[in-house]
Design a protein around this ligand. Structure first.
Ligand code: NAI
Length: 387
């Protein structure tokens, strides 16, 4: 699978077009590392984003992906009200089952360390907590590391955020945010989907769920008495709210006409095949809570690591997704555009107005720490040491 069209422009032209601040190529023949780190924006603070280990057809595809993903992280962080920017790293990695040596992770960790906090790493597709632990041998600028101060698995918190977005969407539909008595259909009973189903049952919703892994659905049916739905037709189920929590691209020009939901709010990234689907949903009167607003719980949770991780504080901040989503709907009405477009406008405005063209440098204060210097909860991390 090619994740993003290959870049045809030169690297600098692509960066200029996307507004990227910095792109760093990392290569080390001895350990077999080829990676690209993209810092899209640090106008609001140090950039944060996951490391993706993926089999790319070529370097241009990897570059296109890291540019697109890092920009998306800037928008997600800005829309969530975080004082941080957007970054991402991709590692050209052909075999998902191949072991990553300590030496390999140390080289990547040193490259991240050299950026002095302008890029803070997290897990993304293909990455594991063990990778984060390996990077942490060389850099403090990594989240998701095992041990005290770590924020742990973000999925339960992401589910709380999706539930908050659902309440805003329900209110947008008929003026009532409560999910009690509403029919909610969840596509994907993975890490986030399973937690979401549990929260929905607690909230008094009638829940249906589908997953290609039937064991996951069976477990939820047994534990909570929810309905098992067919994977092939789950998106066409009649319901109040539809929650895509599987892979991206669920909504296309083909699937939108077949939808029988009143609103959409889910965890999956890139739910719309393209921006025209946003307009098509609006035209059909289906309320769409933009994916990068609804699923920001994970990143909000991780950002708390750098101010002293407190799960209650993280949950309080994630609950604000309800208010953010409501503001997106209001802006969409005001501008006469679909919610996805409004959310992007909201994020870009904040980066431009609050960020004011700033670039965060190592040692600069970071607003996200509420006036305190950006710190790590792993102060014992040793400085870079030769492998
Ligand atoms: P996961 O991999 O644990 O769960 C995905 C589930 O979807 C799996 O159970 C899989 O069997 C199922 N699935 C795949 N294709 C399907 C299909 N066609 N129909 C029905 N089910 C299908 O992933 P996780 O962590 O739960 O994330 C779900 C989505 O949310 C992903 O798109 C992820 O990128 C996104 N996301 C997750 C966050 C997190 O905190 N875990 C944060 C932000 C976004």
């Amino acid at each position: 699978m090619v994740m993003g069209a290959a870049v045809e422009l030169s690297v600098a032209d692509s960066m200029t077009r996307g507004g990227h601040e910095q792109v760093v190529f990392v290569a080390d023949a001895a350990v077999g590392l080829r990676a690209i780190i993209a810092v899209h924006s640090t106008a609001l603070g140090p950039s944060l984003g996951g490391i993706r280990f993926w089999r790319y057809p070529g370097e241009r595809d990897a570059l296109a992906d890291v540019l697109r993903l890092s920009e998306a992280m800037s928008l997600k962080a800005a829309a969530a009200g975080l004082h941080q920017g957007g970054g991402k790293a991709v590692v050209l990695w052909d075999d998902q089952h191949q072991f990553r040596s300590e030496a390999f992770l140390r080289v990547l960790g040193r490259a991240i360390d050299e950026l002095g906090g302008r890029y803070i790493a997290a897990e993304d597709v293909g990455a594991t907590p063990a990778d984060m632990n390996g990077l942490a041998l060389e850099t403090r600028w990594v989240t998701g590391v095992d041990g005290p101060g770590g924020s742990g698995d973000p999925s339960p918190v992401t589910a709380v955020g999706v539930l908050a977005a659902m309440r805003a969407a329900a209110e947008e539909v008929d003026g009532e945010p409560s999910l009690a008595g509403r029919r909610v259909v969840v596509q994907g009973a993975g890490h986030v989907g399973t937690h979401l189903v549990e929260l929905l049952v607690d909230a008094g919703a009638s829940v249906g769920v589908a997953d290609i892994d039937t064991e996951r659905v069976d477990a939820l049916v047994r534990a909570h008495g929810v309905d098992a739905l067919a994977v092939e037709t789950v998106l066409e189920e009649e319901c109040d709210l539809l929650a895509p929590c599987a892979l991206g691209g669920a909504f296309t020009a083909d699937t939108v006409p077949r939808l029988r939901c009143r609103a959409i709010a889910g965890a999956a990234n890139n739910q719309l095949a393209d921006a025209s689907v946003d307009d098509a949903l609006l035209a059909r009167g289906i309320v769409y809570a933009p994916d990068f607003v609804a699923n920001a719980g994970g990143i909000i949770n991780i950002a708390e690591e750098f101010v002293g991780y407190d799960p209650r504080q993280a949950l309080t901040r994630v609950a604000e997704i309800e208010d953010t989503t409501t503001r997106v709907f209001a802006l969409a009405r005001q501008l006469g555009v679909a919610p996805g477009r409004a959310a992007e406008t909201m994020a870009r405005r904040r980066i431009a107005e609050e960020g004011g063209g700033r670039r965060w440098r190592p040692g600069d204060p970071a607003a996200w720490t509420r006036g305190e210097p950006l710190r790590t909860l792993r102060p014992g991390v040793a400085p870079a040491k030769a492998v």
